[in-house]
Design a protein around this ligand. Structure first.
Ligand code: 4NP
Length: 155
């Protein structure tokens, strides 16, 4: 099988997708899955910025260090570098599909599709809410990351 390359995408790349990247890396390493992992945003608002402090704190509570990540924007090369592009919500999904060059073979889907309990849901933006929103985001990305690792191991 080709080595999986996973790209987690939200709007700003400071709240949800860094948490998704951290949770997925944790589960992939635990399972011994050799893959490329990255995250980005569809927007350029936070290029070069560290994740939101609330995301860093939530990941740290789970033993995952995402403090060194840096925001970047989705680019054309991502569609050939990555085998799987995982969108946090339907708006991200639409924007990713609109940016995809013709003939792109990357599989583009909602990340929650891989969560056994919320397969048709989306991961809402916690940016404007309170701390509890980030705990919820962690639970969602953690469940989806486990499901996706299992799926890749089966393939
Ligand atoms: P994210 O959350 O897409 O999960 O990183 C957001 C962070 C910042 C903004 C929007 C969403 N913003 O408008 O600055």
């Amino acid at each position: 099988m080709t080595k999986p390359a996973l790209l987690f995408v939200c709007l700003g790349n400071i709240c949800r997708s860094p948490l998704a990247e951290g949770a997925f890396r944790y589960h992939a390493e635990k399972a011994g899955l050799d893959c490329l992992i990255d995250s980005c945003g569809t927007a350029a608002y936070h290029v070069g910025a560290a994740p939101d402090p609330r995301s860093i704190a939530e990941a740290a509570r789970r033993g995952v260090d995402i403090a060194g990540l840096q925001g970047r924007q989705l680019c054309e090369e991502d569609f050939s570098r990555f085998t799987h592009i995982l969108a946090m919500d339907r708006s991200n999904l639409r924007n990713i599909k609109a940016a995809a060059p013709q003939g792109s073979s990357a599989a583009i889907s909602l990340f929650l599709k891989f969560h056994p309990e919320h397969p048709s849901g989306e991961i809402e933006d916690p940016y404007y809410g309170g701390e509890d929103g980030f705990a919820r985001t962690w639970r969602e990305v953690d469940g989806a990351a486990r499901g996706l690792v299992e799926e890749l191991l089966r393939e």
